[in-house]
Design a protein around this ligand. Structure first.
Ligand code: HEC
Length: 101
């Protein structure tokens, strides 16, 4: 039994250390403006996942101001956040989970 707890502990530490929990990153930085499948201030992740590639999603998170025209918006009000590569990777994977939903 003890072994199991130890493995669970190790797993949670590694998830935390890698910053791989896209849901947490989403809840921290994006939830105020985006919801998973409902329209909020910004488009829902399900809609984004259906029309964008991973590279496009990453580029938008990194610099909305450089991408909004190419994405068909007249202006952008999305905050440019300072996130690291792992957070951006985890977020784009998380968004793509909603493809087809
Ligand atoms: C201040 C509100 C706000 C925050 C915070 C925000 N967004 Fe946005 N986002 C928007 C709005 C509004 C749009 C629509 C276009 C625009 O204004 O840039 C958008 C557009 C996007 C798009 C492109 C949509 C498309 O057409 O494909 C992506 C991808 C995106 N947001 C991801 C994120 C992620 C990931 C986070 C968190 C790290 C985040 N946004 C945080 C408001 C926000």
């Amino acid at each position: 039994m003890k072994k199991i707890y130890f493995i669970i502990l190790l797993l949670s530490i590694s998830v935390y250390a890698n910053g791989l929990d896209g849901k947490k990153v989403f809840e921290t930085y994006c939830w105020g403006c985006h919801h998973q499948t409902a329209v909020a201030f910004g488009p829902p992740f399900s809609e984004i996942a259906n029309k964008r590639t991973k590279e496009e999603i990453k580029a938008y998170i990194i610099e909305p101001k450089a991408m909004y025209k190419a994405f068909g918006y007249k202006r952008t009000v999305m905050t440019q956040l300072k996130l690291n590569d792992k957070e951006i990777e985890a977020l784009s994977e998380y968004i793509l989970l909603y493809k087809g939903k």
